[in-house]
Design a protein around this ligand. Sequence first.
Ligand code: ADP
Ligand code: MG
Length: 373
Amino acid sequence: MSATRPRPTAAFVRVFGLPATTLASAPGRVNLIGEHTDYNDGLVLPTAIPQRTSVELALCDDGLVSVYSDELSRDGQPQSYRLGDEARQGDWLDYVRGITWALQQEGWARRLRGLRLHISSQVPVGSGLSSSAALLVSLLRGLRSALALPLSEVELARIARRAEVELVGAPVGIMDQLACALCGPGSALYLDTQSLAMQSVALPPSLDLIVIHSGVVHSHAAGEYRVRREECQQAAALLGVKSLRQLGVVDLATLAKLPEPLVRRVRHVVTENARVEEAVQALQQADGMRLGSLFSASHASLRDDYQVSVPALDRLVQLGEDDPAILGARLTGGGFGGSVVMLARAGESRVAAERIAHRYQVETGHNPTILVP
Ligand code: ADP
Ligand code: MG
């Protein structure tokens, strides 16, 4: 759903004293495999989750952008800024500032108007399921509809990324925005982030996905992400390649000249790209055993070579691996907390997810949330 007929909610009227005119939404996403590859020009395989971020908005001629988030507005009051005054403040409103700023940069300044905006989301924030891109894409969909902007989903994703990288200041790749703009249920998006070639791959009915949020959020995730990104750039420079995508598995032998931890970082990226290609074949052949073992290999690589796991995620993955209904499990998203994706035999996923989440809670004391199924 991109935009529907006006359907103002009571919350919008209560906060802003006028009805909303436009409603739009976008889903969160779960990346099946291909982690920390998108900023290395690599391969990824995300799909949509059922949870969505919704926005409702009304245009106003006063040049004021006033925003209320069900999740993050603290005192029940909207927060505001003036169009043209977008500057990074380090708060959640930066995501909205980023969108109005990016649209101005893209040449839409004269179309933009003041805004009343209500955000409400089912995508847990900071859980590796891309609440950020779901927010950016849903807001762009709402503005596309309200301002009659002739923008495709791919253009929305590009503008969303521009907002996140340049105004919010998060040096992210293009996967999340494209996934939230293009993914639907029942299929995964096989995306080459170098060429932007895309292919939809059906999820076979014999396999189910499970997504469990570990209940752990690591406050250093953004800093660690930046360090990994810089390590990859450093390794590419030392190896004389534009990006790590230019290395194949056969090049692994040449890595010996790199210092630690760069050898490990490159080994993860190169083998992870290969695993994405294999995973697509496994999905096309409905080969759950092979896909499951690729999930497991990906987790081991993220834990040992890329070093972005934490004990709680390792434990949740291990409980999945030990469960008879599960074919493979891995952390999904940037790591240091967040969620785990598991592959299950069809029909067994709900019971298995509850069993695993219960054991995890008893053992670790953390509070898991089952998001899929
Ligand atoms: P993830 O995308 O994995 O959930 P990020 O750190 O990339 O985690 O993005 C989370 C940030 O996005 C939040 O800290 C907040 O700034 C913004 N955000 C996400 N959802 C909402 C929301 N419903 N309301 C306001 N801001 C949101
Ligand atoms: Mg994000």
